[in-house]
Design a protein around this ligand. Structure first.
Ligand SMILES: Nc1ncnc2c1ncn2[C@@H]1O[C@H](COP(=O)(O)OP(=O)(O)OP(=O)(O)O)[C@@H](O)[C@H]1O
Ligand SMILES: [Mg+2]
Length: 411
């Protein structure tokens, strides 16, 4: 051990002692620091996600629970709960741990964006895990060696990876996206669980997924085998205050085409509604944007490879991150009140560029709905006659409208 971890050896000599027994949620609130790239950087707060506490605590070594099944909605902290467990294991209960994601690509992404920052940002972890660039080959995208144990990360497509290590701790994320078979060797979940058998009685297995189709979902099957706990979430009036401020801002500005919009995810709803609704607290015209339809339109256009109708042009200086965000989402089937529904989902990826494109496209549809004619406008701008009619075109009404005096600029 002194050869593997010279710096830790130094610390042990300096009198480092094992910590008091903690649960995973207690560990997280004391030691977990979320990286600057996360939605809410800084210290982990259990009160942000109270429903995760019991789930995490069942993963603590003192809990008698061996298997924790988390069937969940998108983006509610399930992966982070598992990452807290990883931190807890490294710090408090070292041993062999296997973490599985659907594919090796998912592992590469997750390792760089979640696992490395988890270790880097929490000093108690950093000092226990082999340095990334040390000569010791214990820290790679697929392997994090730490004092008293090791974390192996693998994809569910790789039977070799799933067989690579016996594991006391097994973290299987997004299991409904696993292939039916890993290299023709059988169900990846069964293969991985097989690796924990020698630890029966003290092993921990954390199975996580958003469910896919009822009757075909692994997480649903695992949940039905469990004691089927449910966490009922109260419906919150999030952002009520900001929403009111937005309504106050747009009130009376319809003529200047300052519109209140709100996205809804109902599949099949038009990108831009024929009429705004007034059914809101501000009693202002509110345009409900069909986000699903907009994403479908955008993704269909991204597939067009030849310049022409629908082809998307981008400024040359857009960075790679922009395109990653733009292409971050995919269709997924989730349950809404027990019904299978297809939704767009970004997973752990950032998607602000796509959100912007959605609202920009909606704004364009909104302008077209009140008379903007893009071909006509383009023709006016280039001083050429309209290509379709061959006639000189009239300036679209929307461009001729006299600027209205604003009350809020002068006020
Ligand atoms: N307690 C918390 N405090 C602060 N941020 C949190 C907390 N829990 C989750 N988050 C943030 O919420 C986001 C979603 O978390 P996470 O990726 O773990 O959810 P998920 O349920 O695994 O999502 P997905 O459905 O995409 O797999 C992340 O940006 C994460 O950092
Ligand atoms: Mg996740």
């Amino acid at each position: 051990m002194p050869d593997d971890f010279p710096w830790v050896w130094e610390r042990l000599k300096d009198g480092l002692r094992p910590e008091l027994p903690l649960t995973v949620s207690e560990w997280a609130s004391r030691y977990r620091i979320l990286p600057p790239t996360s939605a809410e950087p800084g210290r982990w707060r259990n009160d942000r996600t109270p429903f995760l506490a019991e789930i995490m605590d069942a993963l603590s070594v003192h809990s008698p629970t061996e298997r924790v099944v988390f069937m969940k909605g998108a983006q509610i902290g399930a992966t982070e709960a598992g990452n807290n467990w990883i931190g807890y294991v490294i710090h408090n209960a070292p041993g062999l741990m296997l973490a599985v994601l659907p594919s090796l690509d998912d592992i590469k992404r997750n390792s760089a964006t979640r696992i490395d920052p988890l270790i880097e940002c929490s000093p108690v972890l950093k000092e226990r895990v082999v340095e990334p660039r040390s000569r010791e080959p214990g820290n790679s995208m697929f392997r994090k060696k730490f004092l008293g144990g090791e974390l192996v990360l693998t994809g569910a497509t790789s039977a070799k990876g799933l067989r690579s290590t016996p594991a006391r701790y097994l973290f299987m994320d997004e299991i409904d996206a696993y292939p039916a078979d890993a290299d023709d060797e059988g169900d990846p979940v069964a293969l991985a669980i097989q690796r924990t058998v020698t630890f029966k009685g003290r092993r921990k297995i954390y199975l996580v997924s958003t469910p896919t189709l009822k009757g075909f979902s692994r997480i649903e099957a695992a949940y039905l085998e469990s004691d089927r706990r449910i966490f009922e979430v109260p419906c919150l009036d999030v952002g009520g205050h900001h929403t009111q401020a937005a309504y106050n801002f747009v009130r009376g500005k319809d003529a200047r085409r300052v519109w209140a919009v709100k996205g809804h995810n109902i599949p099949g709803k038009a990108i831009w509604p024929r009429k705004p609704s007034k059914d809101n607290k501000g009693r202002v015209p509110l345009y409900m944007v069909g986000v699903s339809a907009a994403k479908e339109a955008i993704y269909a256009r991204l597939k067009i490879t030849e310049p022409g109708p629908g082809f998307l042009h981008f400024p040359a200086d857009r960075p790679d991150t922009y395109f990653r965000q733009l292409t971050a989402e995919r269709m997924k089937t989730v349950y809404v009140k027990g019904r299978a529904t297809r939704v767009w989902e970004a997973g752990s990826r950032r998607n602000e560029a796509l959100d912007l494109k959605v609202y920009n496209l909606a704004a364009l549809y909104g302008l077209q709905a009140i008379g903007l004619d893009l071909n006509g406008t383009a023709a006016v701008l280039s001083g050429l006659p309209d290509r379709v009619s061959g006639q000189a075109v009239a300036v679209p009404a929307i461009m001729r409208r006299k600027p209205t005096r604003s009350t809020w600029l002068s006020g």
